[in-house]
Design a protein. Structure first.
Length: 135
C-alpha cells in the first residue's frame, strides 16, 4: 500500500501525524511526507492545488458541488471531507474525499470504464438471429 496509515487505538495517523496537524501544514510541507512521484507532482503544481482548494471552498459556500477535469491532482489534507465532481470522460462522478485518500490522485476514484454486462444468449442476441422466426 502506498500510504503509511497507522491505527493506534482510535487515533489514526498518516506518516505519524494526525489530520489536524496535516491541515495546519502548507501544501509544500505536506508534499515532503508523500512518495517521490506524488511529491514531485505537488511541488511542481502547488499553485494549481492551492487555487483549486480556494475554488472548492467558494463553490461549497454557494452550496454547489465543485467539479473538475483535473484527474491528476494529488489529494491534500485541505480537501478531506469535501465531495468533488471528477470528470470520467462522460459525466462528473461525485467523489467523497476521506483521510485514506491522502496522497492518491482524484482520477483513481472516478472510473473511466464500466463493467461489462453481457445480455442473455438466444434468439435476438445477434443481428442474424433477429431475422429468424420465434417458434
Amino acid at each position: 500500500m502506498k500510504t503509511d496509515t497507522i491505527v493506534s487505538g482510535k487515533k489514526k495517523l498518516y506518516k505519524g501525524k494526525t489530520l489536524e496537524e496535516l491541515r495546519k501544514m502548507d501544501v509544500r510541507e505536506f508534499a515532503q511526507l508523500l512518495p517521490s512521484r506524488e511529491r514531485r507532482s505537488v511541488m511542481r503544481n502547488f499553485n494549481v492545488i492551492e487555487n483549486f482548494i480556494k475554488k472548492c471552498k467558494k463553490d461549497i459556500e454557494k452550496n454547489k458541488m465543485p467539479k473538475t477535469h483535473m484527474r491528476e491532482l494529488v489529494i491534500v489534507p485541505a480537501l478531506v471531507g469535501m465531495t468533488i465532481g471528477v470528470h470520467n470522460g462522460k459525466e462528473f462522478v461525485p467523489v467523497k474525499i476521506v483521510r485514506e485518500m491522502l496522497g492518491h490522485r482524484l482520477g483513481e476514484f472516478s472510473l473511466t470504464r464500466k463493467a461489462v454486462k453481457h445480455g442473455a444468449a438466444g434468439v435476438g442476441a445477434t443481428r442474424s438471429s433477429a431475422a429468424l422466426s420465434v417458434k
